[in-house]
Design a protein around this ligand. Structure first.
Ligand code: GAR
Length: 225
């Protein structure tokens, strides 16, 4: 694979958050280390005062708060959100702990150029409380997925998954910490693949370097790495 670093411009990215922004931080850190061919143009939160906004401001990244409570309905919020995002002309929109259900119109507008990270081995445990549900079901393994966003909640084509073991005395807290460690590895990886034009989608299949990936995406098993 030839290196394109000198011929390719950094991929323009807008990151959407609702909380602490540790995944945003992982992207910022790797961008600063020149590991990623990206530029984070803006960070947008639907929650005022969250720590993710502070993380962005520390690095002089423009921030916006669009509080969904200020909008009449989901459609008008999503319209305002899309207007703000598009003012930065991003190539990729990155959902990093953005806890909102998006309208089909919004999702369609960013087809093939919006990624999400979800803390489970999709298609298992779409929605909330994924760590608790994995523990309740006495699963042996849990994990995290990065996927392209489609109209199905937590349901689009998967780019990469990291498998995390569930240990005997695991709690939601201990398990979520191990999952987050993997999140901070695989999200920058997936974003970088996109930025370097190594990812494509053909119908429901993700191609990496032209080769189709399994339905579960590229797999990293933290039990063996
Ligand atoms: C992450 O664990 C991410 O997987 C999850 O929110 C957290 C955000 O953490 N996303 C979802 O649950 C989406 N359905 P962060 O704000 O520290 O990056």
């Amino acid at each position: 694979m030839p290196t394109l670093e000198h011929s390719q411009a950094p991929c323009r990215i807008v990151v959407l958050i609702s909380g602490s922004g540790s995944n945003l931080q992982a992207l910022i850190d790797e961008q600063l280390e020149n590991k990623l061919l990206i530029n984070i143009e803006a960070v947008i939160s639907n929650q005022p005062g969250v720590y993710g906004l502070t993380r962005a401001q520390k690095h002089n990244i423009p921030t916006h708060v669009l509080a969904h409570k200020d909008y009449l309905d989901r459609a008008s919020f999503d319209k305002a959100l899309a207007n703000t995002i598009d003012s930065y002309q991003p190539t990729l929109v990155v959902l990093a702990g953005f806890m909102r259900i998006l309208t089909p119109e919004f999702v369609r507008h960013y087809t093939g150029r919006m990624l999400n990270i979800h803390p489970s081995l999709l298609p298992k445990y779409q929605g909330l409380h994924t760590h608790q549900r994995a523990l309740d079901n006495q699963d042996d393994i849990h994990g995290v997925s990065v996927h392209f966003v489609t109209e199905e909640l937590d349901g689009g084509p998967i780019v990469i998954q990291a498998i995390v073991p569930i240990l005997q005395n695991d709690t939601v807290d201990s398990l979520s910490k191990r999952v987050q460690t993997q999140e901070h590895i695989i999200y920058p990886m997936a974003v970088n693949w996109f930025a370097r034009e190594r990812l494509a989608i053909q119908e429901d299949t993700v191609l990496l370097d032209g080769e189709p990936l399994d339905k579960t995406g590229h797999q990293i098993d933290s039990r063996t790495t």
